[in-house]
Design a protein around this ligand. Structure first.
Ligand code: HEC
Length: 186
């Protein structure tokens, strides 16, 4: 994987902008690695892809624990937990899956602060805006609250933590996402 990314970076630098602008078959092409290296960290996904790949699935695990007791989550008959796509019924399932989803949300907030990421419309993530920092901190705090709630194995605590988490997502979305695609992140 590393080798492929590196090869892509070299190709882009050799052949200039014409190749960099070539249309891709993917609906939302990932950003060329060559343009986004920063502080030794690479940013490959745009913000939509990061949300869909990390924040959205992890938050659904947290939210589900309001209604469904994670202690009761079981793989279907004949389903192999080691191959489960639902973390709740996986090898690391139940309340442990909720804890890990909360931890993933907490630490994924750092990914929202790595320079070089763009939104799907090509606008750089507005991470220098003080509100962005505030909303990222709200997400981090909500993740910690959800982690503590999951450790308590108490569904009332999960309801309270889920409210906080929903607010954290919504506050940032209200400012930067809930507009026409071309206007997002501005
Ligand atoms: C600090 C700001 C911020 C926070 C916090 C945040 N988001 Fe987002 N989210 C955005 C922005 C901006 C977009 C639009 C990105 C784009 O257009 O590339 C987005 C897009 C998304 C999308 C893609 C929607 C689509 O139509 O494809 C999902 C899903 C999503 N967010 C889920 C969440 C969830 C769940 C949370 C909370 C756990 C969350 N986000 C927290 C800023 C944020």
């Amino acid at each position: 994987m590393h080798r492929i990314v590196l090869a892509l970076a070299v190709m882009l630098s050799l052949s200039g902008p014409s190749l960099a602008q070539a249309p891709s078959k993917a609906p939302e092409p990932a950003q060329p690695a060559a343009q986004v290296q920063s502080h030794g960290m690479q940013v490959l996904s745009n913000l939509n892809q990061l949300m869909r790949g990390v924040l959205y699935p992890a938050s659904n695990v947290v939210f589900s624990s309001q209604n469904d007791n994670p202690a009761d989550a079981k793989a279907a008959p004949g389903q192999d937990p080691s191959l489960a796509t639902d973390p709740l019924v996986s090898t690391f399932g139940g309340w442990q899956a909720v804890e890990n989803a909360a931890l993933a949300l907490t630490d994924a907030s750092n990914l929202l602060l790595i320079p070089g990421r763009k939104c799907a419309n090509g606008v750089p993530v507005p991470m220098n805006n003080p509100d962005w920092l505030k909303f990222v901190q709200q997400l981090r705090d909500a993740g910690i609250k959800a982690y503590t709630a999951a450790q308590s194995k108490n569904q009332d605590n999960m309801i309270a933590a889920s409210d906080t988490l929903t607010e954290a997502c919504a506050n940032c979305h209200r400012k930067w996402r809930e507009k026409r695609p071309a206007e997002r992140c501005k």
